[in-house]
Design a protein around this ligand. Structure first.
Ligand SMILES: Cc1ncc(COP(=O)(O)O)c(C=O)c1O
Length: 486
């Protein structure tokens, strides 16, 4: 195939060039009907590309023309047997993977550091999750890889699991040994489903961890908007057949209809077409630049008193995890200072660290600003001892006590209880500190004292919690109604 083509971009351009009298959706009529308040800021050109299904522009839900061609080019680039554009983010891809792999009455192994979209997939599917816990990188209070040993043990104890779902690389850039894990999954006739939301770029440089498809995964999902030039929400799903779970793989295309809009955005899809083209043409150079920039900043930050950057094996080194814990700053405090006083925007913070995502589109000035801000913060805070760290938010809760499946709990009768009275109750909702949006509690789990203490720490600090009430505070929590508990 010719990777220098962008068939969807070309098809939409052809449509625009016919200068149509336009009676379709969307109502803004290419670019004329968008509020001038908006076009004054952003211009008009882009809006002409916000079109819909026509004989020229194909149909995402039945791709036979330009979209089909663009998806095949994507598949060829990544070495997939079949690839799909996703317009509802990796969220919908994760849901589709899970509902295709395991249904009500079946079991699926799920890494416990999975993004909340995995839990949503479990609610939709009704499958019973069996959890595998990630390692914890103690020094950094960060959840690490899912080890092959823990996966093997998981399958020895639960050989009927239809699939393993895990995240690799993680938000923090920690990847798992997917090659070994794929072998184990396939030996048990199970699919390896990888949430590679943060790893669409790793295929393009040998100093980045191996990509899931290269390592033997059966399905993976990538948020192209997180790591390439595609627009927000633009993601992809790839399938590669290894002779297991064929019926499940066949269900994926069908199930994507369940979780995707019937009005997919052509802006998002053309952005995917063009992002794929750039990676094909310049992927190695792009990753070379991102790696160079990240190493440059890492080296400077390492030398700053009180600051350190995470190192380790199988890390995506375009992610920089920075801690200033030794000078008394939590990651939360550091992120706030960087944002408010230096206009340096980090991706996220946790109790210990802040995280920078470095891409090819960053420039050396960005890295200089980050390093210079850290250096100045170091000068201000070293030896000050002004901020007391409580050190209780950083230990992760252990394996949860699942009483019923997430789906059963989600659709059960629930009642609302005061958060202070929640210990011992069975959750009717998820609770996930955000970011990174990893649920600490799934619906159907008993809220143990240890889990309560862990969440309470986030709550007391006023952290953003998904699943909290409309005021963002976890004053109340939905639990399974008492009469339903057996
Ligand atoms: C590991 C992981 N998976 C999936 C998602 C969801 O991706 P998207 O925002 O593309 O829907 C996220 C979002 O941050 C994530 O971190």
């Amino acid at each position: 195939m010719n990777q220098s083509e962008t068939p969807l971009l070309q098809a939409v351009t052809e449509l625009i060039e016919t200068n149509p009298a336009y009676f379709r959706i969307p109502g803004h009529r290419l670019d004329k009907g968008v509020s001038p308040r908006w076009t004054d800021k952003v211009g008009t050109a882009i809006f002409a590309y916000d079109v819909t299904e026509t004989p020229l522009t194909d149909d995402l839900h039945s791709p036979e023309g330009a979209i089909g061609e663009a998806q095949r080019l994507l598949g060829e680039l990544y070495g997939a047997d079949q690839s799909f554009f996703l317009v509802n983010g990796s969220t919908c891809g994760n849901e589709a993977m899970i509902i295709s792999a395991a249904l009500e009455g079946e079991r699926i192994m799920v890494a416990r550091n999975a993004h909340k979209s995995a839990m949503m997939g479990l609610i939709l599917s009704g499958a019973e999750p069996v959890y595998v816990m990630p390692e914890v990188i103690d020094d950094w209070a960060v959840q690490g890889e899912i080890t092959a040993e823990s996966v093997r043990k998981g399958f020895e104890e639960n050989p009927d699991c239809k699939a393993l779902f895990l995240v690799s690389p993680s938000y923090y850039g920690v990847s798992s040994d997917l090659e070994k894990i794929a072998e184990i999954c396939h030996a048990y006739g199970a699919l390896l489903l990888v949430d590679e939301a943060h790893g669409g770029h790793v295929y393009f440089h040998d100093r980045l961890p191996a990509g899931a498809l290269e390592a033997g995964a059966d399905v993976c999902v990538q948020s192209m908007h997180k790591v390439t030039g595609a627009l927000t929400q633009s993601s992809v799903l790839h399938i590669k057949h290894h002779g297991v779970g064929e019926a499940a793989l066949d269900r994926i295309a069908q199930n994507l209809h369940l979780v995707q809009s019937t009005s997919p955005s052509y802006l998002l899809m053309t952005s995917l077409d063009c992002a794929r083209y750039e990676l094909a043409a310049n992927g190695i150079k792009m990753m070379e630049k991102a790696l160079y920039l990240a190493e440059y900043a890492r080296e400077r930050i390492h030398k700053i008193a009180g600051f350190r950057c995470m190192e380790g094996e199988r890390l995506d080194r375009t992610r920089i995890v920075i801690s200033a814990g030794s000078i008394g700053l939590t990651g939360y405090a550091l992120e706030k200072i960087l944002f408010e006083e230096y206009a340096v925007n980090m991706e996220l913070s946790d109790y210990e660290n802040v995280l920078a995502i470095v891409t090819y589109a960053n420039e050396i000035e960005d890295m200089d600003r980050l390093a210079a801000a850290c250096a100045e913060i170091s000068r201000r805070y070293v030896g000050q001892d002004t901020l007391q760290r409580k050190n209780s938010c950083s230990s992760f809760p252990m394996l949860p006590q699942q009483v019923m499946t997430p789906r059963k709990a989600y659709f059960s009768d629930i009642e609302t209880v005061c958060w202070q009275d929640a210990v011992g109750r069975i959750a009717g909702q998820m609770i996930a500190p955000y970011p990174p949006g990893i649920p600490v509690i799934y619906p159907g789990e008993q809220i143990s004292q240890a889990v309560w203490d862990y969440i309470e720490c986030f709550r007391r600090e006023g952290r953003h919690i998904h699943g909290a009430g409309s005021n963002g505070q976890l004053d109340w929590v939905k639990v399974i109604a008492s009469r339903r508990v057996v």
